[in-house]
Design a protein around this ligand. Structure first.
Ligand code: G4F
Length: 325
């Protein structure tokens, strides 16, 4: 039985990836913070339904020793390094901890792999935020990086660390350059979930308005459940490489809000208020991915369309908020 180690197993992607790997017959291990184990009700909700099937290990991305111990104990065949401070806006407020978690944390994981289990395949969750103010659209694996946030910079560093371990130490290490990917398991701080949660609350009479920042920003939004398959496919190839994973379509925040409100029969303009406190010091105005390499080499393609993704998230939030009422 193959063993997979997932950092960030309690997050959106970690939960979908765990389900996917369990379905493939893997023994799934996850790195979690000790506080998560102590507060499982709140912090383990995304993997509650599979808690009896996965093996959790307390460790912190801030401690090399703790990561090393987990790697030594598990000796994984594949390692998916998903854990990060992943909210772009926070990264402007706390660059130091973003760099510490995202850059040093990546170093700790890949370095422990090199020391203890060098044949383990390694996946790094790189990001379309690395493209930032991109000189070309759509962006592919050859597009130059121009990050616009401490988060984006930290992911560029992680990308190069991953490439360097591949070139210097022959580690089977891949970068997945994933564009925005969402689901009903998305955190509430991200714009898609913020919108669908607000739509549900407004529809059910619990709220009256939704404050948003830049409505014109465009993103290439896909479904997280589709994207975890691409992570796995990268590690099944003959050679380690880097891949863009996206839908190829860009939509604005306004488009998302308009569609989400329309699903419950409401007009977005009656509820959305622009609040400049949600603007970022440096914005990424448009991201759109070209996933043709992944399509050709991995045989991967996105399944869930934009409209279906918005509907899936609104429906899930309506159900959830109804139960809480
Ligand atoms: O949902 P967001 O916060 O996601 P963002 O910044 O694109 O980052 C996400 O995707 C990346 C992949 O490219 C990941 F690497 C990263 O970890 C994260 O998952 O914001 C999307 C857009 C931005 O342009 C933002 O300015 O929505 C705009 N926006 C407008 N109003 C807002 C809001 N974003 C948030 N979070 N909240 C608002 O009220």
């Amino acid at each position: 039985m193959k063993k997979a180690l997932i950092t960030g197993i309690t997050g959106q992607d970690g939960a979908y990836l765990s389900e996917f790997l369990l379905g493939k017959g893997y023994e799934v291990h996850g790195v979690v913070r000790r506080v998560a184990l102590e507060d499982s009700e709140h912090r383990l909700w995304r993997i509650r339904h599979i808690l009896d099937k996965v093996i959790l290990h307390p460790a912190s991305l801030e401690s090399y020793a703790s990561i090393f111990n987990v790697v030594e104990k598990v000796m994984p065949d594949e390692c998916y390094h998903l854990a990060a401070q992943s909210y772009v806006d926070y990264s402007f407020g706390d660059e130091f901890s973003t760099f510490n978690t995202n850059i040093n944390g990546t170093m700790y994981v890949i370095s422990a792999i090199k020391e203890k289990v060098p044949n383990c395949k390694f996946y790094f969750a790189a990001s379309s935020e690395m493209f930032g103010l991109a000189a070309q659209s759509p962006q592919n694996e050859k597009t130059q990086f121009h990050p616009r946030s401490p988060y984006g910079i930290s992911k560029v560093a992680g990308f190069h660390i991953t490439q360097n371990y591949r070139e210097a130490y022959n580690i089977f290490a891949c970068n997945g350059i994933l564009f925005n990917h969402e689901s009903p398991r998305r955190g509430f701080e991200f714009v898609t979930r913020k919108i669908t949660n607000a739509v549900a609350r407004i529809k059910l009479g619990l709220s009256r308005e939704l404050k948003l920042g830049n409505l014109e920003a465009k993103r290439d939004w896909g479904f997280s459940g589709d994207y975890v398959e691409a992570m796995w496919l990268m590690l099944q190839q003959a050679k380690p490489e880097d891949y863009v994973i996206a839908t190829g379509e860009a939509h604005s925040v306004k488009d998302f809000a308009k569609l989400a409100f329309s699903f419950v029969g409401l007009n977005w303009e009656d509820y959305v208020v622009v609040d400049e406190t949600f603007y970022r010091p440096a914005e990424v105005t448009c991201l759109q991915g070209d996933y043709s390499k992944a399509k050709k080499e991995l045989g991967w393609r996105p399944r869930v369309k934009f409209k279906d993704l918005v509907e899936m998230m609104v429906s899930a939030d309506l159900e959830r908020v109804k139960k809480m009422k």
